[in-house]
Design a protein around this ligand. Sequence first.
Ligand SMILES: Nc1ncnc2c1ncn2[C@@H]1O[C@H](COP(=O)(O)OP(=O)(O)OP(=O)(O)O)[C@@H](O)[C@H]1O
Length: 232
Amino acid sequence: MNISNAPAPIDVRNLNHWFGAGDARKQAIFDVNVSIARGSLTILMGPSGSGKTTVLTLMGCLRDVQDGSVSLLGSELNGAGEKQQVQLRRRLGFIFQAHNLHDSLTARQNVLMGLQVHGRARDQALENEAARHVLELVGLGDRVDYLPANLSGGQKQRVAVARALVGNPEIVFADEPTAALDKESGRNVVEMLKALGRERGTTTVMVTHDNRILELADRIITLEDGRIVSDK
Ligand SMILES: Nc1ncnc2c1ncn2[C@@H]1O[C@H](COP(=O)(O)OP(=O)(O)OP(=O)(O)O)[C@@H](O)[C@H]1O
């Protein structure tokens, strides 16, 4: 696959964003322009408060676009209705720093939660198989029926990755996915996402402060005070 010729799954034009109202209204994002290639792994960096999470959530359809354009998988998010947003989110995977696993559910059951939000026709045997397959993919094939309490931090985060991937998302948005992990587990998680880019064309956009994984990125975009100051 020639990723440079594929249409960009994310295309951001003249994006501005404000928080607060009245006198407290403050601009957080200033004229951000960026186009992300299919199958690539992009890292958003920058100091605390520079706008990384705001940009990620605007791209990921988790926050309404106020000004400018975000084209996500060919759909314009500025002005998109709730129904259209829900349909788009089903094509995305999300991984957050806090893995947010349910303590009372096994690894497989937690992964199955990732399919339930997809709202597709249910076939339990097929879903179980999909959950098992994706847990094998993240190296937890022998931990399928473990509860989170019996998994290490790195293993729990890999369950969260499996949950994000089970619906075969076209784009994965990750916010500090390696922050709670040791170097090797963190690298494994990012290498897994990179492999998905190569094998399935999955696009990943990741916010991180983690210098240990920068070399794995195809592209590093740095934000400062709500503006892109470097893109390479
Ligand atoms: N819900 C909110 N209400 C008001 N201001 C907010 C809100 N969310 C973010 N901001 C402000 O917007 C700016 C960008 O925040 P954002 O969380 O995107 O930065 P960040 O680079 O992700 O920071 P960090 O690395 O600390 O997570 C900051 O000045 C922040 O205080």
